[in-house]
Design a binder for this molecule. Structure first.
Ligand SMILES: Cc1cc2nc3c(=O)[nH]c(=O)nc-3n(C[C@H](O)[C@H](O)[C@H](O)COP(=O)(O)O)c2cc1C
Length: 214
């Protein structure tokens, strides 16, 4: 099939989020202006630079409440957020924390997770998660949006503190199988990392020029 998104896809559900997969889940914790903790998963999430380390998450239009989603407005107002890594053991709490709850609800309490003090930023992190990235808000960018009152918005942050549970460091490396992160597929499907394969990076030699003759 071919479709132009502007004209619709004629499928039961939008296939886009089943195409760009698997997506890591940035489980974002923030603090509101009145210090209410907030926690929500964002699979429009990634690391985008090494030096200095930077991450992004993107919020789509807020159909439940209008305006910006809490993670975005909190990051903008407080200048901070934490990325908690969602793992297989935490899958139900991660999913439950996506509930479109009103702002005064503390999703840590709602889903039964423990708040742990961060080292540098003031927003709490998920104690049960094995990895946390403490982030300083850099900027956000409003993207193309059909709903101008509730725009698609991408948030960038600099990672200024990294917590890693020693149990997921094997032989000096973060082991993805021990970390056991989950990722998002399309629709309501998810994937969990329970295996890996390895490939060496190619190097360029003068012989590489000959490949087109093979
Ligand atoms: C696995 C998963 C991934 C999600 N990813 C996103 C996302 O990338 N962007 C987004 O706007 N909403 C996403 N959502 C929905 C938000 O988590 C949901 O709108 C939540 O209520 C936002 O909370 P907040 O307003 O407290 O930030 C996702 C939900 C789930 C379960």
């Amino acid at each position: 099939m071919f479709y132009e998104p502007i004209n619709g896809h004629n499928l039961a559900s939008n296939p886009l989020n089943a195409i760009v997969i698997p997506r890591p889940i940035g489980w974002i914790s923030t603090l509101s202006k009145d210090d209410t903790p907030n926690l929500a998963p964002y699979s429009f999430f990634n690391a985008v630079a090494y030096e200095p380390p930077q991450v992004m998450f993107a919020a789509t239009s807020n159909h439940a409440f209008g305006g910006l989603k809490d993670a975005v407005s909190d990051a903008q107002n407080s200048g901070e957020f934490v990325v908690n890594i969602a793992t297989w053991d935490l899958r139900f709490q991660m999913n439950d924390s996506a509930v479109p709850a009103p702002r005064y609800i503390d999703e840590f309490e709602y889903v039964g997770l423990t708040k742990e003090k961060s080292e540098i930023v003031s927003c709490p992190r998920v104690k049960e998660s094995p990895v946390h990235l403490e982030c300083r808000y850099i900027r956000s960018i409003e993207m193309l949006s059909n709903d101008k009152a509730s725009p698609n918005t991408v948030v960038f942050g600099e990672v200024i503190g990294v917590h890693i549970d020693d149990r997921v460091i094997i032989d000096g490396k973060v082991d993805p199988v021990y970390l056991h992160p989950i990722g998002r597929l399309g629709y309501t499907d998810f994937v969990h990392v329970n295996n890996r394969f390895n490939m060496d990076r190619p190097t360029w030699t003068s012989n590489s020029d000959d490949r087109h003759d093979v």
